[in-house]
Ligand binder design. Structure first.
Ligand code: HEC
Ligand code: HEC
Ligand code: HEC
Ligand code: HEC
Ligand code: HEC
Ligand code: HEC
Ligand code: HEC
Ligand code: HEC
Length: 249
């Protein structure tokens, strides 16, 4: 026997002792520290059921909210947020539903709550409305433009003047007042939704202005004419004439 023990390699001996200690510890802990009612009904303590039942409910549920806030519930029911429950945004409010005066739930008036669902994430389903919150109308709270209970996006303005107010005002008082923006800037409709992605075209050559101002062209007599070959031929026109206020003097 002694020989047999000696013939076992040193590291196997150490690991066997360690194993025996672990198994012994497991048996001792299992017998003394695991609650007695564990395993009676499954892989949990039977008494846990009573403890959970005794806990206070924190969430009231949308049906309860709707009893008093029927106006909000009705509005939301036909909106994009019909499947987003009240307490997702307002926090647990069962106490409030029991006794409205005891405490008033808060409303998310910042820019942090909505992006939990709407921040751009590649893994969201295709077509789910997403934004990049740092660049989507920054600094203003979401609720200043979106009604959380009926969040249809506001209509983006169509007129160039809505976003280019200064250029529009300047041009309105200039000789080009009646030359439309689109005459000089071919603009895709998407420009108003994603201005930086769909950039309008700008005139690129003297000949563009020559379409109306060249003395070789017969058009409206009231449009002042110049000779394209003699009138400062070395420069493009807008080095001297601001196209939105092209006054010559
Ligand atoms: C028994 C009726 C009742 C129920 C049920 C009820 N509320 Fe209210 N709630 C009120 C009353 C009354 C007020 C106004 C009290 C106040 O302004 O302090 C109010 C105020 C609020 C406000 C704050 C309005 C504000 O001006 O800031 C929110 C948010 C709100 N309730 C959400 C909920 C949610 C979410 C639920 C469901 C869990 C709910 N309520 C259930 C009666 C109720
Ligand atoms: C997507 C988030 C969101 C959901 C879902 C939501 N709310 Fe709101 N709620 C808000 C925000 C944001 C405000 C603050 C609006 C403001 O101050 O202009 C608000 C305001 C309120 C108010 C104050 C009065 C008012 O009409 O502006 C009440 C009451 C209210 N919510 C109840 C509810 C109830 C009841 C539900 C469920 C039927 C619900 N909300 C669902 C975000 C939400
Ligand atoms: C729990 C997730 C969740 C939260 C929080 C949430 N939303 Fe939504 N939102 C949705 C869902 C779901 C839709 C519907 C998407 C669909 O119809 O495909 C939606 C739709 C929208 C739309 C409509 C976009 C479109 O398709 O035209 C806007 C705008 C919007 N939410 C703004 C907000 C704002 C503002 C807040 C914060 C007050 C907010 N959401 C909070 C889940 C959420
Ligand atoms: C200054 C006003 C303004 C503010 C503030 C604003 N939005 Fe918008 N939002 C818009 C307009 C306008 C549109 C529709 C045009 C567009 O797509 O840009 C829109 C569109 C959306 C859409 C739909 C995008 C899609 O692809 O269908 C979502 C979602 C949205 N906003 C969420 C938010 C959230 C979340 C916040 C706060 C972090 C917020 N918005 C703040 C004006 C605003
Ligand atoms: C919703 C707002 C909005 C509307 C509406 C709009 N624009 Fe713009 N536009 C912008 C923004 C923002 C930029 C700046 C893009 C940048 O600096 O990268 C811009 C840039 C431009 C530029 C300069 C491109 C460049 O190369 O520098 C032209 C030209 C222009 N817009 C013409 C128009 C015309 C013409 C219309 C009307 C048909 C129009 N825009 C309507 C927001 C708008
Ligand atoms: C007669 C032709 C003409 C008309 C009309 C015109 N533009 Fe321009 N616009 C130009 C030219 C040319 C440039 C390039 C100027 C440069 O590169 O210095 C330009 C440049 C711009 C730019 C770039 C920023 C700037 O100030 O240089 C914007 C934005 C712009 N136009 C918007 C508008 C809008 C909005 C309208 C209508 C309200 C309009 N334009 C009408 C010819 C025109
Ligand atoms: C679609 C035709 C059209 C185009 C293109 C056009 N203009 Fe004009 N331009 C006019 C008209 C119309 C007037 C004003 C006539 C009036 O005052 O009754 C005018 C007036 C002017 C004036 C006269 C100012 C004065 O003090 O009398 C200048 C300078 C001018 N344009 C420069 C330009 C430049 C530079 C471009 C190119 C970027 C250009 N225009 C493109 C139609 C055009
Ligand atoms: C180097 C600067 C410069 C350039 C480049 C330039 N102009 Fe002028 N333009 C002027 C000056 C200065 C006047 C006023 C004095 C004059 O009539 O010569 C003027 C006058 C005009 C007038 C008014 C003529 C009248 O009879 O009232 C028109 C129209 C005009 N320019 C169009 C253009 C067009 C189109 C281009 C480009 C093809 C252009 N200009 C390029 C400086 C310039």
């Amino acid at each position: 026997m002694k020989n047999y023990w000696n013939s076992i390699p040193e590291q196997v001996k150490r690991i066997s002792i360690l194993l025996i200690v672990i198994v012994a510890a497991f048996i001792v802990i299992r017998a003394n520290l695991v609650p007695k009612d564990f395993g009676e009904l499954g892989h949990y303590r039977t008494s846990a059921i009573d403890e959970i039942i005794a806990q206070n409910l924190k969430y009231g549920g949308e049906i309860l909210c709707s009893e008093c806030h029927d106006d909000v519930a009705e509005k939301k029911a036909s909106s994009f947020h019909k499947n987003v429950s009240c307490e997702v945004c307002h926090g647990p409010a069962a106490d409030h539903a029991d006794d409205p005066d005891s405490f008033t739930p808060t409303a998310p008036k910042d820019r942090d709550t909505c992006p939990i669902c709407h921040e751009y994430l590649q893994s969201r389903p295709t077509g789910f409305p997403q934004i990049i919150s740092v660049s989507h109308n920054p600094f203003k709270p979401c609720k200043s433009c979106h009604n959380a209970h009926d969040p249809t996006p506001p209509e983006t303005p169509k007129e160039c003047s809505a976003c280019h107010k200064e250029i529009f005002s300047v041009k309105s008082l200039s000789h080009h007042a009646f030359v439309e923006c689109k005459t000089c800037h071919k603009t895709k409709d998407n420009h108003r939704l994603s201005p930086r992605e769909f950039i309008p075209e700008k005139p690129t050559s003297r000949n563009f202005c020559g379409q109306c101002h060249s003395d070789e062209i017969v058009n409206n007599d009231e449009i002042p004419k110049i000779s394209m070959t003699e009138h400062e031929p070395k420069y493009v026109c807008w080095q001297c004439h601001y196209p939105h206020l092209p006054e010559a003097k």
